[in-house]
Ligand binder design. Structure first.
Ligand code: BTN
Length: 257
């Protein structure tokens, strides 16, 4: 994968204009964070064929077979208040969902806060990391791990992870998939920058299967059980626990019914 190959497929204006492309790196998110010490352009893409220390949420490891999938990070400078930061995970998940739907003609679902599932298994994980300056968001790194052409997963993931090839029975051109995801990220970003967050929320909810269902949310070992009611304007999940509504800002969700 080279910068030249990637650029040939891109139809975006700013997302992917500036590219750092690696055969192997520790983590594209970690590299992108280091870039922020320079005056780096919004939309900068950091992409690698292989990550030796790919990171997931809650300090988990992100496994991805070398050269089969997409592991990349994009730097944005969103014009939103810190309380709304949760929207950014929904935004990135929505962009991937819409891209995969257009390319594969099967419909992924969005799982709060930022997973994309195909037939109930995890297709994509997103790790968004913010950097603050004077209590304002100065930049956010959106890290995306999208399983494209991987056909075998380690035993520990085999029952929960999937890829586009496994669900669609055909290989996908990764450049084409990357270009489509960046196109969606750029398109939806305009809604964030113009404060039309409700458009992101509505579109995200139209791809979600969890609202109205019984869920458990694990937060640092603590389990909360309730009915998923809605996503609020900050991107938080509202659940009803024994008739009382509670807002959850982060956690791992399991859908029970
Ligand atoms: C999760 O599901 O817990 C999030 C996984 C995010 C993985 C991506 S791969 C590209 C970017 N670089 C990283 O180290 N992590 C993200």
């Amino acid at each position: 994968m080279t910068e030249h190959d990637i650029k040939q497929h891109l139809r975006t204006k700013t997302f992917g204009k500036n590219i750092f492309c690696f055969d192997s790196i520790d983590s594209t998110n970690t590299y992108a964070k280091k870039l922020l010490s320079q005056d780096i352009e919004e939309g900068t893409l950091v992409i690698a064929e292989e990550q030796s220390a790919g990171r997931g949420r809650f300090d988990r490891t992100w496994h991805s077979s070398s050269g089969k999938n997409l592991t990349f990070s994009v730097i944005i400078r969103p014009n939103i208040i810190p309380q709304r930061i949760g929207i950014l995970s929904l935004y990135a998940g929505l962009a991937v969902t819409e891209a995969v739907q257009e390319l594969s003609h099967i419909s992924p679902t969005c799982k709060w806060p930022n997973d994309v599932l195909l037939n109930g298994k995890k297709l994509c994980g997103i790790l968004s990391e913010a950097v603050f300056s004077d209590a304002q968001i100065s930049a956010v790194i959106i890290g995306i791990g999208l399983n494209v052409n991987q056909t075998e997963f380690p035993d520990t993931l085999a029952s929960t992870a999937t890829s586009m090839v496994l669900e669609c029975n055909k290989m996908f051109d990764r450049f084409h998939v990357l270009a489509k995801v960046l196109e969606k990220l750029e398109h939806l970003y305009a809604f964030i920058q113009t404060h039309h967050l409700e458009d992101i929320l509505q579109r995200w909810q139209s791809h979600s299967i969890m609202l109205g269902k019984e869920v458990t949310i694990s937060q640092q070992g603590q389990l909360v059980k309730g009915i998923a009611k809605a996503i609020d304007t900050d991107g938080g999940l509202i659940i009803s626990v024994n008739g009382t509504e509670k807002k959850v800002a982060a956690g791992d969700v399991t859908i029970l019914q």
